[in-house]
Design a protein around this ligand. Structure first.
Ligand code: PMP
Length: 355
């Protein structure tokens, strides 16, 4: 730390992104990316926009916002687009929580929540998941603060049904409930349908996972126009051009190719079922996932050791050192060939461990 770094950030522990390895070629199952390339239409759109990079992007994202609104059955003023959905989470925490409306989220969830809370000096409470890693909705009823819930949750993959989300939203009428649906397209039911009825509900989603655009950075949120206006006040006070020209065009093209992407999600769901059974047959506990990853622990080898042995053999998964989950690994669901490679490599490791 330099001697110029201001003291209000001195205690900040930044988020640690998953490894993006250089050099060696891994079967990369550590950052929940899609194994499928963007559609041809998206690639063409990016190339075409490349010729116009001398111009600023449209800060209102007019075309994309209209298409997204139509896709999700809401009005354009109920949508805001950002540079990945992380951006929205930061804006939403800034806009809707402070000492009078502190944050509540699970103890095991997306690691960026405590970071954004600390960055913005917002007090927060981590509510423990139950013993089977579920969110108990009763813990969030009338908490008198801003609630953020990833649904499905990460890294567990567990999904709350829509009526449970609705009950949490209804029980906190004076505070915003943020539902982070980064993984909703892999078998969940979105809370977007509730938005017209609740002015305190904000739903965030991303093009990073189900639409193969992690590298383009495109996230969006849907809420009533008043919430979106507040978020835009912060966005226009930070960086109105947060969605670049190529990404906005890629987003429009991706929505035109929605069938391709939703088909890919079905393949991921099939591969998830296959991987779950294959790991269970090897003695693993695999949490029931509705995301593009599974969270699994072996009855024969420790979490960190398995992570390291897999890495040695060229398969990268994500291990978290947090005490409650240190025996688990989060494994992104890729193509069937990638998952077969994972399972074969696990078998090899278990055989070596048994010797
Ligand atoms: N929410 C959750 C639960 C996530 O796992 C991620 C991805 N790391 C994000 C939000 C942010 O994704 P992005 O910024 O790529 O939209």
């Amino acid at each position: 730390m330099s001697r110029y770094f201001v003291s209000k950030y001195a205690a900040l522990t930044p988020y640690t992104p998953g490894e993006q390895p250089r050099g060696r070629q891994y079967v990369k199952l550590n950052t929940n990316e899609s194994p499928f390339p963007p559609s041809e239409g998206v690639i063409r759109a990016v190339e075409a926009e490349g010729h116009r990079l001398n111009l600023y992007s449209d800060p209102e994202c007019f075309v994309l916002r209209g298409r997204l609104a139509a896709r999700y059955g809401v009005e354009p003023d109920m949508v805001m687009l950002t540079n990945g959905s992380d951006d929205i989470l930061n804006f939403a925490f800034m806009a809707f929580s402070d000492e009078q409306s502190p944050l509540f989220f699970p103890d095991i969830t997306y690691g960026f929540y405590p970071v954004f809370a600390s960055l913005n000096h917002i007090p927060y409470t981590e509510i423990p998941l139950t013993d089977d890693f579920s969110i108990d909705p009763a813990d969030y009823a009338g908490v008198n603060g801003t609630v953020v819930i990833a649904n499905p949750n990460a890294p567990t993959g567990k999904l709350l049904p829509l009526d449970v989300i609705e009950a949490i939203v209804r029980s906190n009428p004076d505070h915003v409930v943020i539902v982070d649906e980064a993984y909703i397209d892999f078998g969940g039911q979105s809370a977007v349908s509730l938005v017209p009825r609740y002015d305190n509900l904000l739903v965030t989603q991303t093009f990073s996972k189900s639409r193969s655009m992690a590298g383009a950075r495109l996230g969006f949120c849907i809420g009533q126009a008043s919430l979106i206006a507040d978020l835009n006040t912060l966005r226009y006070s930070t960086n109105p051009y947060n969605v670049n020209l190529m990404t906005a065009a890629a987003g429009v093209a991706a929505l035109e190719d929605d069938d391709y992407y939703m088909g890919n999600c079905r393949v991921i769901m099939d591969n998830r079922a296959w991987t779950t059974s294959a790991l269970e047959a090897l003695g693993f506990t695999v949490l029931p996932s509705k995301a593009n990853f599974v969270f699994a622990k072996s009855d024969r080898i420790g979490g960190e050791e398995l992570y390291l042995r897999l890495k040695e053999k060229g398969v990268l998964v994500r291990h978290f050192k947090l005490d409650r989950i240190k025996e688990y690994n989060r494994i992104t669901i890729g193509t069937r060939a990638q998952m077969e490679c994972l399972v074969d490599t696990v078998k090899e490791i278990l055989k070596e461990a048994a010797v």
